[in-house]
Design a protein. Structure first.
Length: 178
């Protein structure tokens, strides 16, 4: 018998002083059986960092043709394509060809090795941004994962503060490619 996805409900409050964006989002996230809480929370963080009324989650880890998140304009053109993890260079190249802007939020083990391997090809892409999350950041986010969350994300001068129920954590991600 196949395992079902676990549903997470999130009331997300975003205060992004860098973009002058202040809004609340009621989100429903499905955690695929193969996905862990760490990845779920990085997806949620990615949404908070690029929050917009038109930003949507892709179909999930089992669908390679869609990103983790994407922002489409009213005509259906992809404005922003957001991937998390350590995508291969071919996927990045394809995303850069399909979207005005591509963001990779790099996290997990061996991110420095991934960057060293892919840096030269990534620097050729004019519409690519790469953000690195240290392992300690994603480990700190993991315990915040609850089936029902009330989360506030504040962004100011690149510094991120997350408040979720009784937990809070602040950090500054590393921008590898602006």
């Amino acid at each position: 018998m196949a395992e079902n996805s676990t549903i997470y409900k999130v009331d997300l409050h975003v205060s992004d002083m860098d973009r002058n964006y202040f809004n609340d989002h009621a989100l429903t996230l499905a955690k695929h059986p193969s996905e862990n809480e760490q990845r779920l929370m990085v997806r949620l963080l990615a949404f908070a960092l690029y929050a917009d009324d038109q930003l949507n989650f892709g179909k999930g880890v089992s669908t390679k043709e869609e990103p983790t998140l994407w922002l489409k304009d009213l005509s259906g053109d992809i404005q922003t394509w957001i991937e998390i993890g350590q995508p291969d260079e071919k996927s990045i190249r394809k995303a850069c060809g399909r979207s005005n802007k591509v963001v990779v939020i790099l996290y997990g083990n061996n991110t420095d090795a991934w960057w060293n391997k892919n840096m030269a090809n990534c620097k050729k892409r004019k519409n690519l941004q790469i953000i690195q999350l240290e392992l300690e950041v994603t480990r700190a986010l993991k315990p915040m994962a609850q089936r029902n969350m009330d989360m506030t994300c504040t962004i100011d001068e690149g510094h991120i503060s997350i408040f979720c129920d009784e937990e809070n954590y602040s950090f500054s991600p590393t921008i590898l490619l602006p």
